[in-house]
Structure formats: C-alpha cells, structure tokens
Write a protein that binds this ligand. Structure first.
Ligand SMILES: Nc1ncnc2c1ncn2[C@@H]1O[C@H](COP(=O)(O)OP(=O)(O)OP(=O)(O)O)[C@@H](O)[C@H]1O
Length: 345
C-alpha cells in the first residue's frame, strides 16, 4: 500500500529543455509547465529578475542595465549558470505544486530531451545542470526519439519510422527502428534562423529594423514554404529606419516566403540526404508510412506540402507538434525499461 502511495506521488519529471520553450512533464499529471526558455538579468548586480513568460515580455523593452538572455542556443546550453538558475526555478515551481510529492520524493528522477548531435561536453552540462537543480538521477533522450515516442510511432518494432523535429534551434531528422536511431542528422538551423532571416531580409530590402518578437509574429502570420494564397496576404509592421526613426511598412507573404527560402532549403536538403542514407528495407517502410513532422518550427505554413513535392513521399503532422517531445519523454517516464533502452549512454 505504502509503495502504491509513494509510486503514485513519485513525481519523476521529464524536461523538454528547448532553445525556445521548456516543457515539464510530471509522471501521473502530464505537461504541467510550458514556459519560454528566457531569463532577465540585472547586469549590475547579476541578479535574476524574471524567468520564463515574464522575461519574454521584457524582450526589446528593457533599460540598459537589464539583459534578457536565452541561455540555450542551437538546442544546447550556451550559458551554464543561467540555464541552471532557470531549470532550478522551473523544477521547484512544479515540485512545490505537488506538496505530498515533495515529502515522498524530494529529489526526483529527471529525463531530459537533448539534440541527437550533442557532444560529450554538452551532455555533461545538461546532466550537471539538472543535478544541481535537484535531480537524483538524470537520463538523456535524443529529441527525435522522444518526438517519435510522443507521436505514437511503433519505435520498438523492426521497421522504418522517419521523424523530422524542427524546434527553435535545431532540426532533427531521424530514422528509427527497434528502439534505436538507425540514421540521424541534426542541423543547427530551425525556427530561430527563420526569425533572423526575416530580420535581415527586411533590413536589406525595406531598410527597416524589427525586433525578434515582431519577426516571429511575421513568420507565423505571413511565412510559407511554397507559393500559395499567402503570397498576397499583407501586414503592416513597425520598426525603426536606418536613422533610428520609428517607421511602418506594409509587407507581403511573398516577401517572407523569399526571406525564408534559404532556411527552408537547408532543412529540405537535410531530409533528402538522410533519406538517401536510409537502408532500402527501412526506406520501403517510409514510402508507406510517410515522414512525420514534429516541433514548433515545422508549423511554418505549407512545409508539409514542400517536403511532399521534394521527396515524393507522404508527409504528416503528428498530433500537437509543439508538445510531441515532452509527451514522448512523459511516456518514457512511465517505463524505466524504455528509458534505459532509448536513453543516450
Ligand atoms: N505556427 C507557427 N508557425 C511557424 N513557426 C512556429 C509556429 N509556432 C511556433 N513556431 C516556432 O517554433 C519554434 C519553437 O518550437 P519548439 O518549442 O518545438 O522548439 P524548442 O524545443 O524550444 O527548440 P529546440 O528543440 O531546437 O531546442 C520557434 O522558433 C517558434 O517561432
């Protein structure tokens, strides 16, 4: 009986520690936290002022002494101390939401999703950050593996499953069979580069400077990966001109499709080259099952159509692409054997 109670309240947690967003899954509860991976710091005192949503609202609106940091870059930790402070805050936030769990399991087991191309040093940084934030045991799962589990693909069967997980910092492409990554490729080009491409395009062609938030908004509302009705859609955006004066311009979907073309091509080429390296038996399964898309970056309008045109394969979105990795980590949390089988050693 006691075991049952302890088991139920053992709040082992799964973390999708993303470049853009951090999601936390608590065993028995589901996804309990979704926050931007952003921290605001007072540069003069080095004190953390805000974390997550609160910090995101400060972007581009802070006085000189406040710096808003994204401590992860390209899917991995770029600023160790800030990532650790952020993780500690998020873990404690979910931990204190379940007081009984805190009594029974004060130091939870933590499973973290990381890019498949992570280096040994980067791995160490994630494990250390999670341990210092209170984790007892830390397991790492490659993001495409977690996304495939979250998408409900039969990863433990002998058969090819292709998953393309496009986040903020990395695009992960993998073919999975028998609980292993048969082929994987991780490129450090994804949603964030799309924002940057829009900022640069508008600077070059419209001589207007816009912030990251505006760029993301433009990407979501006007961006696309193929010619479509969106080309004619327009939007008025505000920024500064080259003399620093506030200015507004009207831009069209076609402009943004052009701005994104280089980033989209890099992602499409990475998918094609992974397909070329896929063993024939597994390729045959992919012809039948199609390519599965996950991650927020994959939501760029008509990316599925573009990939279909370029590969001649069926392309489908998994359910709720933004939470696929977190849900996959969550499923793994229910099953320690699965964690051991699929975790990065
Ligand atoms: N509707 C949309 N259209 C285009 N892009 C979108 C849309 N919704 C979210 N995004 C983009 O998705 C990205 C974030 O996706 P996600 O949360 O999956 O990434 P992450 O897990 O934080 O990053 P990574 O896996 O690279 O560490 C951001 O670049 C965001 O702008």
């Amino acid at each position: 009986m006691l075991d049952k109670v302890l088991g139920y309240f053992s709040n082992d947690i799964g973390i999708d520690l993303g470049t853009a967003n951090t999601l936390i899954f608590v065993k028995g509860k589901g996804i309990v936290l979704t926050e931007p991976s952003i921290v605001a710091i007072d540069k003069t005192t080095n004190k953390v002022l805000a974390i997550g949503k609160e910090a995101k609202e400060m972007i581009g609106k802070t006085p000189e002494h406040i710096q808003v940091i994204r401590p992860l870059k390209d899917g991995v930790i770029a600023d160790f101390d800030t990532t650790q402070a952020m993780l500690k805050y998020f873990i404690q936030k979910v931990h204190t939401s379940f007081p009984l769990a805190r009594l029974t399991n004060p130091r939870p087991r933590v499973v973290v999703g990381v890019p498949s191309g992570i280096t040994t040093v980067e791995k160490r940084a994630v494990i250390d950050a999670a341990k210092q934030a209170g984790a007892r045991e830390v397991y790492l799962i490659a993001e495409p593996m977690a996304a495939a589990i979250g998408a409900g693909l039969p990863i433990d069967q002998p058969g090819g499953n292709m998953i393309v997980d496009i986040g903020g910092g990395t695009s992960e492409i993998a073919v999975i069979s028998l609980s292993g990554l048969v082929i994987s490729s991780s490129i450090r080009v994804a949603g964030d580069e799309m924002n940057e491409a829009i900022i640069n395009y508008l600077k070059r062609n419209y001589h207007i400077l816009i912030g990251e938030q505006t760029a993301e908004n433009v990407k979501i509302n006007l961006g696309s990966a193929t010619a479509s009705d969106r080309d004619e859609k327009k939007m008025e955006i505000r920024g500064r001109d080259m003399t620093g004066m506030p200015r507004s311009v009207v831009i069209y979907g076609k402009d943004i499709r052009e701005a994104l073309e280089d980033v989209v091509t890099q992602i499409v080429n990475a998918v094609k080259s992974t397909l070329e390296k896929t063993p024939p038996e597994l390729a045959a399964d992919i012809v039948e099952r199609g390519i599965v898309l996950a991650g927020g970056g994959s939501l760029i309008y008509s990316l599925d159509k573009r990939l279909m045109e370029e590969t001649n394969l069926p392309v489908v979105y998994c359910e709720d692409p933004l939470t696929a990795v977190a849900r996959g980590i969550g499923k793994a949390l229910q099953n320690i054997d699965l964690i051991r089988r699929v975790s990065i050693k």
